[in-house]
Design a protein around this ligand. Structure first.
Ligand SMILES: *Cc1c(COP(=O)(O)O)cnc(C)c1O
Length: 390
């Protein structure tokens, strides 16, 4: 018997930033006080700064899906024609939400592990000039694939439609120039790269999107973006806010600002690159090889091995929770997360553990092969070796 530390290594919820967790201990405060208004206002200002946008950023008490639904119920009207890009479980969620609200949906579908091409969006908009909105995931967390949202922003920006982007695992893992790329609605959630527990979602709303809110006729009450934005500007929230999470968010944002949002993105991208190198060194296949994102890396289990065995191995041997595949991908892939508070020490140990688990399940690999690949990526990026002079 040996000690197994509990480790949360999933792509949401993600590992918590300890000072943010400690900040939650000051939760015995009332939200209709000057003390809280100050904290709320400053946290929202920091959030806007970290997202790098001049658009309004509206906070909501919900998981990410609440903000996805709010974007539909506040900006669109019954029967509106929209385009939904779907290449995974979260794309299917957009289809579900838009259909539930009575929108007319043109679905642009790609197989799991692929991404919808910007050209397909351009063609759909050309063929359907009545389209009011395009929905997409910046990062499709069920497969690890990323969408080319910069190109999509350019394409949608030339039309009357708005681009509504689930960036719940895109924020903090890929560059997103919200204003510059024409990203009208950008949705984030607390439990992903923001390093705090689930319960807060937020979305930036462009002036073009606010225009649509003026004529929207879909029912909504709790998630009223116009009301919430007006209140937020005064340091107030429409309903009781998740005070404990706001304290945590304020602390996490201080940290993210201190390192820089671009460095948080670089961190995820470097860890993702190292993970792909490790998978290749171990002879494992990537699930989304053509458009890999940096929020997480989905890897196929070796032929004949259920990926549940790998997930179980992490839990039982090493006390760590990693993600299986979702839906039809369950048992076929496992997902290694990089978003938020992950570092190279985490990855060294994840890959070392993976090697042990593979061997324990009869997939022979030479110990250290994957770890060495991660070390090589680290060494190159950190300039560990002196340049060789001829
Ligand atoms: C986590 C996640 C969501 C939101 O899921 P919730 O459980 O509602 O927080 C939505 N989209 C993507 C891409 C996600 O990764």
């Amino acid at each position: 018997m040996h000690i197994k530390k509990q480790r949360l290594l999933t792509p949401g919820p993600t590992p918590l930033y300890p000072p943010a967790l400690h900040a939650m201990m000051a939760s015995d405060l009332h939200h209709r006080t000057e003390d809280f208004r100050k904290i709320y206002k400053s946290a929202l200002a920091d959030l806007k700064e970290v997202m790098g946008t001049s658009h309004d950023v509206v906070p909501l008490v919900s998981s990410g899906t609440g903000a996805m639904e709010a974007s539909v119920s506040n900006l669109f009207s019954k029967g509106d024609h929209v385009v939904v890009c779907s290449a995974g479980k979260f794309g299917e969620r957009w289809a579900g939400i838009t259909k539930a609200h009575g929108l007319q949906v043109t679905l642009l579908e790609e197989p799991y592990g692929s991404a919808v091409k910007p050209a397909a969006v351009a063609a759909a908009l050309q063929a359907n000039p009545d389209v009011k909105g395009v929905f997409v995931q910046a990062s499709e967390s069920s497969t690890g694939a990323a969408h080319d949202v910069k190109s999509m922003g350019e394409i949608v920006g030339k039309t009357d439609a708005i681009l509504v982007m689930d960036a719940i695992t895109g924020l903090g893992t890929m560059p997103l120039d919200i204003d510059g790329w024409g990203l009208d609605v950008v949705i984030g959630g607390s439990q992903k790269a923001f390093m705090i527990p689930p319960g807060i979602a937020f979305l930036s709303v462009s002036p073009k999107a606010w225009k649509m809110a003026e004529t929207s006729d879909l029912p909504h009450y709790y998630f009223d973006l116009t009301k919430e934005a007006k209140n937020a500007a005064a340091g107030e929230s429409s309903w009781t806010p998740a005070t404990s999470l706001i304290l945590a968010l304020a602390e996490a944002l201080r940290y993210i600002k201190s390192i820089g949002m671009d460095k948080l993105v670089d961190n995820a991208q470097l860890l993702a690159r190292a993970t792909r190198a490790a998978a290749q060194a171990l002879g494992l296949e990537l699930f989304a090889p053509d458009s890999p994102g940096a929020a997480l890396t989905a890897i196929k289990a070796p032929a004949g091995m259920d990926s549940g065995k790998i997930v179980k191995g992490f839990k039982e041997r090493f006390g760590a929770i990693i993600a299986n595949g979702q839906g039809s991908m369950k048992g076929r892939i496992f997902r290694i997360a990089h978003l938020g508070y992950f570092d190279f020490n985490d990855l060294f140990s994840v890959i070392a553990a993976l090697e042990v688990i593979l061997v324990a399940n009869g997939h022979e690999v030479k110990f250290g092969t994957g770890v060495a690949a991660v070390q090589e990526v680290y060494a190159e990026a950190a300039g560990v070796r002196l340049p060789v002079t001829a």
